[in-house]
Design a protein around this ligand. Structure first.
Ligand SMILES: Cc1cc2nc3c(=O)[nH]c(=O)nc-3n(C[C@H](O)[C@H](O)[C@H](O)COP(=O)(O)OP(=O)(O)OC[C@H]3O[C@@H](n4cnc5c(N)ncnc54)[C@H](O)[C@@H]3O)c2cc1C
Length: 302
């Protein structure tokens, strides 16, 4: 997964040094702390630090002096109420700091989420590793015919093999030239900050990414969604598993009221109400565009 034996040893050492603290800790998150989880061919995501737990959300909502916990059921109910009614600030009391290794083209989508704190590996200062994302054959897919922003079925046979070969050989050639340009062997050597411009967008970068739980849920809602690009979705799905163990009540509420929920427009809601009264609503009588009608049908069919 792109971690050297030395880096893995550092992580093991960190996990072997337990500290005592007066602060609240989440047992589910302690189990994940520092551990890297592989994503794509060379990427990973791992928790470097976190603050808060389910109780911290309730504590903030009640502006409490103590832990804020009345009872476990009470906390679950309160968190679901907060999520249902978009009372979002208590969720901002929890934070997580992740270390992520990801291809540059995925990083470009990820960085659009402005409500996080980010520090990226410096390719001005350091030499990038020879690591490129090469999709598994089943993900080498054709342009979608129904969605300009998506992919269709997997390419087959010779075409798939040719695409994979182009991806591999272009990556190798670009990295060979990068090394050649920065080399100071018998020449001055081009600055790293310039040589990197020749590298393709499937090269891996790394960053520390710190975000509060409210904004993390917003990120996960968009990026763990079936319509998100596969290469960012797999990171979001891995983070979902971690968050489910960290704040099980909050994650349960998120799954119920955001991830698995749908928002209906006023016209769509009107159609549903008419259907419930027994009317046979059609695309023509829905009052919606053909595309919106298709989307409503997809939501109702599940
Ligand atoms: C399926 C999909 C397709 C996309 N396609 C494109 C595309 O073709 N081109 C493209 O450029 N982007 C595209 N995006 C990116 C998208 O437009 C958003 O930039 C990205 O999802 C981040 O969302 P956000 O701004 O809500 O998140 P964040 O930046 O994390 O912000 C969270 C919330 O904070 C508030 N906020 C943050 N900063 C500001 C601000 N400066 N002003 C006002 N409110 C703010 C907003 O309420 C925002 O929703 C796409 C995203 C998805 C999920």
């Amino acid at each position: 997964m792109g971690l050297s034996p030395e880096q893995l040893a550092e992580i093991s050492e960190l996990r072997s040094q337990a500290q005592s603290t007066l602060r609240a800790t989440a047992p589910g998150m302690e189990a994940h702390l520092y551990k890297p989880y592989q994503v794509l061919d060379h990427g990973f995501v791992r928790v470097v630090d976190y603050m808060g737990d389910d109780a911290a959300i309730c504590q903030a909502a009640r502006v409490s002096y103590g832990r804020g916990t009345k009872s476990v059921q009470n906390d679950d109910g309160l968190i679901r109420y907060l999520m249902r009614h978009w009372h979002s600030t208590p969720f901002e009391m929890c934070e997580v700091k992740l270390h992520v290794k990801l291809p540059v083209f995925v990083a470009r989508q990820w960085i659009r989420h402005r409500t996080a704190n980010v520090n990226e590996y410096s390719a001005r200062y350091s030499i990038l590793d020879r690591e490129f994302y090469i999709p598994a054959p089943e993900h080498v897919a054709a342009q979608s015919e129904v969605n300009n922003q998506g992919r269709g079925s997997a390419l087959e046979g010779e075409e798939a093999a040719r695409v994979l070969e182009l991806l591999k050989s272009d990556s190798t050639r670009a990295y060979d030239h990068y090394e050649e340009m920065i080399s100071s062997d018998g020449q001055q050597g081009l600055a790293r900050e310039l040589a990197r411009m020749n590298l393709p967008a499937n090269i891996y970068t790394q960053w520390y990414w710190k975000v509060d739980l409210h904004n993390l849920f917003h990120f996960l809602r968009l990026r763990a969604d079936a319509h998100a690009q596969y290469e960012i979705r797999v990171y979001a799905e891995e983070i979902c598993k971690i968050v489910a163990d960290w704040v099980p009540f909050a994650y349960g509420a998120f799954e119920e009221y955001r991830l698995g929920a749908e928002t209906l427009s006023a016209s769509a809601l009107d159609c549903v109400r008419r259907m419930l009264k027994g009317e046979e609503v059609t695309k023509e009588t829905s009052g919606m565009s053909a595309r919106e009608w298709r989307e409503l049908e997809a939501v109702l069919k599940g």
